[in-house]
Design a protein around this ligand. Structure first.
Ligand code: PMP
Length: 399
């Protein structure tokens, strides 16, 4: 069907943008992989072992005792003042709390950015590959999404500059990217920012994983270098808990009021109770004690996965990267073998992953796949990677 035809269902005529909405391929895959007995490297969830339940229990009590009625009332669309101040103080460049918009997850930030900056036919530049959820958030606004040539450090500044004229913005993930786990080096960041500035290209920087570094913190964000032409998105999902649905946007004055108006129309405001509870949890430097425990856990799991891959995949022609933080590792199968072919063979051996193809805006590299190392035990990593290697070997040998 022509995507510009109106889709009709009995009794209803759907909007053209609804035609652009698709079920997330990953959610469909997760339905299969969440069956009992499957070792799943497919999920994008943080480890529940990292959720600070006790700290939340105490904070919930305190908020209800001291500030209960305000916490349960409607509130300002910008967000809860003390939380905006806490966010501004967390960021590694000077940010006025008045610039911080608290959102219902950073996913809402992506939706608001799409609504405010994309018209039907607007060109939007993304990494190759990129975060599927951003493609989903932008799609209803009917952009033309272009993948910028990218390598193990992220986008190529030369290709970015070549594609920049007329593009509304480039959406970039410099730290421990979803899906690849890759990180932009310091020289690459500067080259990207310089190329974008020279071309007058605004940037949208998405950084939910930046605090989850293993050995050394990543270089400063792009927004720190170009705060006037960069929208920065952050999240509490990976450092506290995703069920809170708390994220934030730091936007330059030129677009901030429009993002706020879009937020107002979407949901009036982010839940005030959750915002107060998190502000309470953050008091007295909680993150400085808590986040290192997540880093240590995820690092041990990344190490286990790298060791298992080295042991099990030897001689198969499989390549993988060595992420320096975050939750994901990116793998490339040998010539002739696609992730879509490997998927059912792996599932037969009770192991699952996410094929890389849905993460590409343009022509996909169908030999790629994403592995999450954070919700599985090291024993499951050993068993699961051995099973994945056995399935790969079987297909490689079958030709
Ligand atoms: N951006 C990226 C790159 C992500 O991986 C995610 C979560 N999977 C999000 C944004 C959205 O996160 P949240 O809405 O939970 O803050």
């Amino acid at each position: 069907m022509n995507p510009h035809d109106l889709q009709t269902t009995p009794g209803w005529t759907l909007a053209r943008r609804a035609e652009r909405m698709n079920p997330s391929v990953i959610r469909e895959i997760l339905k299969v992989t969440e069956q009992p007995g499957i070792i799943s490297f497919a999920g994008g969830l943080p480890s529940p072992a990292t959720f600070p339940v006790e700290a939340f229990r105490t904070a919930c009590d305190k908020v209800l005792r001291d500030d209960g009625t305000a916490a349960l009332q409607y509130a300002a669309s910008e967000g809860y003042g003390p939380l905006r101040e806490a966010v501004a103080a967390m960021l590694p460049w000077p940010v006025d709390p008045a610039q911080v918009l608290i959102t219902t997850g950073s996913q809402q930030g992506l939706d608001l950015v799409g609504k405010v900056l994309i018209d039907s036919g607007s060109r939007v530049l993304v990494e190759t590959p990129t975060y599927l959820g951003a493609l989903q958030a932008f799609a209803p606004m009917e952009p033309v999404v272009e993948g910028v040539a990218s390598d193990e450090e992220g986008v190529d500044p030369t290709d970015l500059a070549a594609r920049a004229p007329g593009a509304r913005f480039a959406y970039l993930l410099p730290n421990f990217q979803n899906p690849t786990g890759r990180t932009m080096t310091e020289p690459r960041r500067q080259a990207v920012v310089d190329a974008a500035a020279a071309a007058g290209l605004p940037l949208v920087e998405d950084n939910p994983y930046g605090d989850l570094w293993f050995d050394a913190p990543p270089p400063p964000p792009l927004a720190a270098r170009r705060p006037d032409t960069c929208i920065y998105l952050g999240s509490f999902s990976k450092i506290l808990a995703p069920g809170l649905r708390l994220g934030f946007v730091v936007a330059p004055a030129a677009v901030a009021p429009k993002l706020l108006q879009a937020k107002q129309a979407a949901d009036l405001h982010t839940p005030g109770f959750n915002q107060r509870v998190v502000a309470e949890v953050l008091r007295d430097g909680f993150l400085a004690r808590h986040v290192p425990t997540i880093r240590a856990r995820y690092k041990a799991q990344r190490d286990a996965m790298l060791a298992a891959l080295t042991r099990e995949m030897a001689g198969l022609g499989v390549q993988w990267n060595q992420p320096e933080g975050g939750m994901f590792l990116w793998l490339r199968l040998p010539r002739g073998l696609t992730a879509a072919r490997l998927f059912p063979a792996a599932l037969e051996r009770h192991v699952a992953f996410v094929p890389g193809a849905p993460f590409y805006a343009g022509a996909p590299d169908d030999r790629t796949l994403r592995l999450s190392f954070v919700t599985v035990t090291t024993e499951q990593i050993d068993t699961g990677i051995a099973a994945l290697a056995a399935a790969t070997r079987q297909l490689v040998e079958a030709g």
